[in-house]
Design a protein. Structure first.
Length: 150
């Protein structure tokens, strides 16, 4: 994301420090993550300490401080899915991709996240890849789905 676009987003909120969260959301919506240099620019433009910007960006799970992978994998680990074996699905995906929840693969192909509910309680364990629901998952089904990516 170029510096001018960051300025436009900040200007949209009149450069008000109180709009920090919305500014970060808008930047991330377009850029898909929040690089250090963008956080520094936001800090300078809003005249607030970088530490405050970083606290905000790290406190809210919505914000990503590392680039996301091309494929975004979300696995439900809520009560219903957990009881039905979601941890085995998570373990299988971790072993297959070599990353843990909250991480992105070194080649930026995959990002893995776990959530407490994806809204598929009656057909869990549930996994969503790039917005596509996969229900009644097992470890072996998860491996098959991952092999079909790209």
């Amino acid at each position: 994301m170029d510096s001018n676009r960051v300025d436009q987003i900040i200007d949209k909120y009149d450069g008000k420090a109180g709009a920090l969260i919305q500014i970060l959301l808008d930047i991330q919506r377009e850029n898909h993550w929040l690089p250090q240099q963008i956080l520094e620019k936001v800090s300078n433009r809003l005249a607030i300490p970088l530490s405050q910007v970083l606290r905000t960006a790290t406190f809210h799970k919505t914000f990503r401080l590392v680039p996301e992978g091309n494929h975004k994998i979300h696995i439900c680990n809520g009560t219903s899915c957990h009881v039905r074996g979601s941890q085995r699905v998570i373990d299988s995906v971790q072993n297959t991709l070599g990353i843990n929840p909250g991480e992105t693969s070194p080649d930026y192909r995959y990002s893995l996240e776990t959530f407490t509910c994806l809204g598929c309680c009656s057909s869990g364990p549930a996994m969503v890849i790039d917005g596509e629901n996969h229900e009644n998952m097992t470890a072996s089904k998860a491996e098959e789905v991952l092999k079909k990516l790209d």
